[in-house]
Design a protein around this ligand. Structure first.
Ligand code: NAP
Length: 489
């Protein structure tokens, strides 16, 4: 059994400490790790925003927001967590205000400083510059960058340059919370800790791969950000391409801080750039109109934004190709959207049909094998097989499945991805974070698609509560395939 090394005392500074991400994800994750006894006694959490709150005001705010995400707490545990919190009112652009933060952090400084930038990317460079000017960065400091890292390759490079001027690449943690999901890490374990899959994990046995991230919610209060991004930038450039990398990568010699990222980079570099004609024929973008979400009438994207017109896509389906020996000729179908019928994420490895139907009457009825990795809401792996229907009267084939549900198998609910990833930051382990070259390679591939879509026809409308525009079905059906109808949905 391996044991996880204990964490060092840290000062965890959250820029954007009053924002949605901090209150909904970061503070609940830190609280849950604290509740499990993982945060050392000296850990301090310093929130930064322009909110004009004192420490007591911020603690009250967090006391009020936490229960919605972590449930009821033991008063003693809640008090302990809240006592770690403080708030510094600071406008990033106001150079004078930084002195208070510098003073706060200089008192009984902890050995590790984490600067979590839960603010818009335009502030990443200025924050790092001010941190440096005020002597707040040392060799043990780490910075965490939230997506989006830029809105195209040039802006991503500019951000990476500005942050890299202050922090060494080994201290920059570009977070993609999908990589912290148990089931995503299990994808690596399934592939590389079992002998049975790897000989089949290639173009000889695999017909195609599907990756779907389907969200039932609309843009909510994040419309302003979303309208400037769209699904290609917000989801495909990071989450879907990262999942594709984990499916397609070669086995590294060992799982180390750089080895997995080296292999993921090779996959991104092997993605075939799409020509304008291919984008037209192999990518579909859509935008939700008013419809029914779980029986309730919901407004259109334009109504959500309170605007007359927008060309921003809230849905994408596209066919990607990984040009290397292992994957030649195997399409990767990627699909993501907002206001879809259901909330789920899954990866489907669709194997080839048997070469010859030998059971009488089975011709055309035999479903090819599929390995389906459900990432959310349930985390499970299901291998779809064909079995004999029990009973006399000849052999009748029936679909059946082998199921591994992680919660049932291991008796524990998986921690939220942020819990794992925030502890990795404090520990200084960047394995599950994106390296600069990965982010830039992903932009290099996606940028022409974004540009072509922006200059082409408007996104196709699809009613909220559906699986996206019909053209997304046509995209895969004209290749003689269909989107997987997940049985866990
Ligand atoms: P948000 O709710 O708008 O919060 C932004 C935070 O930044 C607030 O605390 C705000 O506080 C602070 N802030 C803004 N300008 C500031 C300035 N000049 N100086 C100091 N503080 C400033 O945004 P969010 O949803 O938390 O998202 C934050 C970042 O994470 C965004 O880049 C977003 O794209 C990214 N992200 C968010 C999510 C999510 O689920 N929310 C998921 C992935 C990535 P004041 O206005 O009081 O200063």
């Amino acid at each position: 059994m391996t044991t996880t090394p204990a964490l060092a005392d840290s000062d965890f500074v959250i820029f954007g400490g009053t924002g949605d991400l901090a209150l909904r994800k970061l503070l609940p994750a830190l609280y849950l790790r604290d509740r499990d006894g993982q945060l050392p006694a000296g850990t301090r959490i310093v929130a930064v925003s322009r909110a004009g709150l004192d420490d007591a005001g911020y603690r009250d705010k967090v006391r009020g927001s936490l229960p919605a995400y972590v449930g009821e707490s033991e008063p003693r545990e809640l008090d302990r967590f809240v006592s770690r919190l403080s708030h510094v009112s600071l406008d990033v652009d106001d150079a004078a205000a930084w002195i208070e933060l510098a003073d706060r952090l200089s008192v009984d400084a902890n050995p590790v400083r984490v600067f979590y930038l839960a603010v818009g990317p335009a502030l990443f460079g200025p924050i790092c510059r001010h941190l440096d000017e005020h002597g707040l960065v040392d060799a043990e400091s780490r910075v965490v960058l939230e997506k989006p890292i830029g809105h195209d390759l040039a802006s991503a490079e500019a951000i990476n340059d500005a942050v890299g001027a202050v922090f060494d690449e080994s201290r920059i943690f570009r977070i993609d919370h999908y990589l912290g999901k148990e089931s995503v890490q299990n994808l690596l374990v399934t592939r590389f800790a079992n002998t049975i899959f790897e000989p089949l994990w290639n173009a000889h046995a695999i017909d195609h791969v599907q990756i779907t991230v389907s969200e039932s919610l609309g843009v909510g209060s994040r419309g302003g950000y979303y309208d400037a991004a769209g699904a290609l930038r917000d989801m495909v450039q990071n989450h879907l391409l990262q999942l594709l990398c984990l499916v397609a990568m070669e086995p590294p010699t060992y799982v180390g801080r750089e080895t997995v990222r080296d292999e993921k980079l090779k996959v991104l570099q092997a993605l075939r750039p799409m020509t304008a004609d291919e984008i037209t024929s192999s990518a579909v973008v859509g935008q939700y109109t008013a419809g029914l979400a779980e029986g309730t009438a919901v407004p259109s994207y334009l109504e959500d934004l309170e605007t007359e017109s927008s060309r921003t896509e809230t849905f994408v389906a596209l066919k990607a190709e990984v040009c290397n020996w292992r994957w030649a000729g195997v399409p990767f179908y990627l699909r993501t959207g907002k206001r879809m019928k259901r909330q789920y994420s899954e990866i489907v490895i669709a194997f080839k049909q048997v070469p010859h139907p030998m059971f009488p009457g089975s011709d055309g009825e035999q479903e090819p094998n599929r390995l389906v990795m459900h990432l959310q809401p349930d985390e499970s792996i299901r291998l779809h097989l064909v079995a004999k229907e029990p009973g006399p009267g000849g052999i009748r084939l029936r679909p059946a499945s082998l199921d591994l549900n992680f919660t049932q198998a291991f008796g524990a609910k998986s921690p939220d991805a942020y819990e794992r990833l925030l502890m990795d930051v404090i520990r200084g382990n960047p394995t599950l974070f994106m390296r600069r070259d990965e982010v830039e390679a992903a932009w290099r591939w996606i940028e022409p698609i974004v540009a072509h879509m922006a200059s082409g026809k408007s996104p196709r409308p699809y009613p909220a509560g559906t699986d996206g525009p019909p053209a997304a079905d046509t995209l895969i059906e004209r290749d003689g395939r269909a989107w997987h109808e997940s049985s866990s949905r």
